[in-house]
Write a protein of this length. Structure first.
Length: 325
């Protein structure tokens, strides 16, 4: 094992797959000459050339459509959005083309494409640059949605996403690109749709994903000192969701808290809550609690932003609520 940054894990995954398969190329704003807005494609232009690492205009609708169309002629593109907030400009292509090509062609065409880039808040970037759209994309049949929380998971899951024959939404975080973690030297991939138990426990299950899971880790450390044992599940993949991992954990702990950096209405946490009450209701010793952002656009003010975002204190309070303490 060696310790590398999240951005390096992303670059390694893309580079290794592009060496393996010449039909793979990377396209997006500033991915080539500038080495990526977050340096997640550093050195790739030098290695693969301008035909496979392509700088685009600021035109998400256009280059999303070009990339999706190229899958129908045998290519396997990776499309980088500077942030998934900008994917809204090209969401028609993602939802109405990429997600539906296989079905609408009667299986004649597959659509092996990865759309990747940062999701959710990244500090004081204000309302239109601080949105989490995991649940939007996960609501669409035909799309797979991956949200890793660390360099190891990011590399293994991105390699699997690139090899997948269906469109994959791969969501990162601007605030995680500098995070460091252990990543193996050799080849490895991680299966899409399999959650990971990051911490075993007996009293309460906490389900989360992406960068906000760090708040669950902090809360679990605090709660452990008070004699409360938390089991933390990192979904890693929002769709397909590892339903069994959630249900088996809840059957063991009998309590569930879901932590998600998203607006509270109709989100991933809501789906998890429905899953557990419908398939493990008799195992619950308390109502499920879900923790989300405030139900407003993200504020710019640092004081308001701190109040808007879920934090470890929110998790501690939620756990104590389901523990009746």
């Amino acid at each position: 094992m060696r310790t590398i940054q999240f951005r390096e894990a992303i670059a390694e995954a893309m580079s290794e797959e592009m060496r393996r398969d010449e039909s793979i190329y990377l396209m997006g704003e500033e991915v080539a000459e500038y080495n990526g807005a977050y340096k997640a494609s550093k050195g790739m232009l030098d290695e693969f050339g301008a035909k496979r690492v392509i700088d685009t205009p600021i035109a998400e609708l256009g280059f999303a459509g070009i990339a999706i169309g190229s899958t129908m002629t045998g290519n396997r593109p990776i499309v980088e959005y500077m942030t998934f907030n900008f994917s809204l400009v090209g969401i028609d292509q993602i939802i109405n083309n990429a997600a539906k090509i296989r079905q609408m062609s009667g299986g004649q065409f597959k659509c092996p494409i990865v759309f990747r880039g940062p999701t959710a808040s990244a500090g004081q970037l204000a309302a239109t640059h601080s949105q989490a759209f995991e649940s939007w994309f996960a609501n669409t049949p035909g799309l797979k949605v991956i949200v890793p929380s660390n360099p190891y998971d990011a590399k293994g899951l991105l390699k699997s996403a690139i090899r997948d024959d269906d469109p994959v939404i791969f969501m990162e975080s601007e605030q995680m690109y500098g995070d460091k973690g252990e990543v193996p030297e050799g080849e490895y991939v991680l299966p899409i749709g399999v959650a990971d138990i990051k911490r075993t426990g007996t009293d309460v299950t906490i389900v989360s994903f992406g960068k906000i899971i760090k708040e669950a880790y902090k809360a679990a450390d605090i709660l452990e000192k008070e004699g409360i044992s938390c089991e933390i599940i990192d979904l890693r993949t929002v769709r397909p969701m590892d339903r069994n991992a959630i249900l088996e954990s809840v059957k063991k702990t009998n309590r569930l808290v879901v932590l998600e950096e998203a607006w509270p209405f109709g989100n991933v946490a809501t789906e998890i809550t429905y899953l557990v009450q419908s398939e493990a209701f008799d195992y619950l010793d308390a109502p499920v609690v879900k923790i989300n952002t405030a139900d407003t656009p993200a504020p710019y003010s640092p004081v308001l932003l701190e109040e808007w975002l879920p934090n470890s204190n929110d998790v501690v309070n939620a756990v104590k609520k389901v523990m009746y303490k």
